[in-house]
Design a protein around this ligand. Structure first.
Ligand code: HEM
Length: 229
């Protein structure tokens, strides 16, 4: 009986395991961040119910300091791990092909997958600006008042440049969430050829709802549907 040569060695398995571990960490932190974006969007819908509702919701969150800070620390850790390992994986992929293709044909890569590496940092920049804008008031909207989240949002989106920047960020977010969602199902071994189509459809619907609802806030203010109260 001829013996089958073993072509994998400990040294070649380890990098593979490390890559899989990184992918799983990016996937799990991605689920946490996806969940946050969804919950945050649902909370923000209270903008349409008027200042009392939205401001009361914001005050309630602010009053639960230990919960709020636990939540913030988890979120910050998730963002850090997600960004770090996603960048490391991207660098590894790039160095695996030291000579660039003469003509890039993107045979199987979709538009969204090619945009991950810029949509990710763009969303990161957006979140930094967003927190300095609405939470800390470092780059405040006009008449910033930490006890009046409703008016802060309205004052902010009355500036067309701010609204446009938010809309662009939400489109980038949509691309990122959709492709990230598809990838994480693959990483976690939950994507089979059989359910690929329904999975993509569900992700597309959820992502589109998130983008459309989030974009509706600046549009509602710009069109006067939601105003100062
Ligand atoms: C147009 C859509 C959005 C609106 C109107 C909005 C509005 C707000 C407001 C008013 C706050 C401050 C709340 C407070 O101080 O009580 C806030 C905080 C925050 N938002 Fe958004 N947001 C939007 C989209 C997003 C998106 C897409 C993300 C993430 C990708 C995000 C991430 C955050 C974070 C991390 C905070 C800080 C939460 C904390 O205080 O710990 N927001 N947002």
């Amino acid at each position: 009986m001829s013996s089958i040569p073993i072509i994998t060695s400990a040294s070649s398995v380890k990098p593979l395991e490390a890559t899989v571990a990184k992918k799983v960490l990016v996937a799990i932190t991605g689920i946490v961040l996806f969940g946050f974006v969804l919950i945050h969007m649902v909370g923000n819908i209270q903008l349409y119910q008027g200042p009392e509702k939205l401001n009361h919701y914001a005050e309630l969150l602010q009053s639960m300091k230990p919960v709020l800070w636990t939540f913030r620390i988890v979120l910050l850790a998730a963002v850090g791990v997600h960004a770090l390992f996603a960048i490391l994986l991207w660098l590894r992929n790039r160095s695996a092909r030291p000579v660039a293709y003469e003509s890039q044909r993107f045979v199987s890569a979709t538009l969204t997958s090619r945009t991950m590496i810029w949509s990710g940092p763009l969303i990161g920049l957006f979140v930094v600006y967003h927190i300095l804008h609405f939470t800390t008031g470092t780059f405040p909207p006009p008449h910033f008042n930490s006890h009046n989240v409703y008016n802060n949002v309205v004052y902010a989106f009355q500036v067309p440049g701010v609204s446009i920047a938010y809309i662009i960020a939400m489109v980038a977010l949509g691309f990122h969430l959709y492709h990230g969602g598809v990838s994480l199902f693959q990483t976690l071994g939950l994507r089979t050829p059989h359910d690929e189509k329904p999975l993509k459809l569900v992700l597309w619907v959820i992502t589109t709802i998130i983008v459309v609802v989030n974009i509706s806030f600046p549009l509602a203010v710009l069109t006067g549907l939601v105003g100062l109260k």
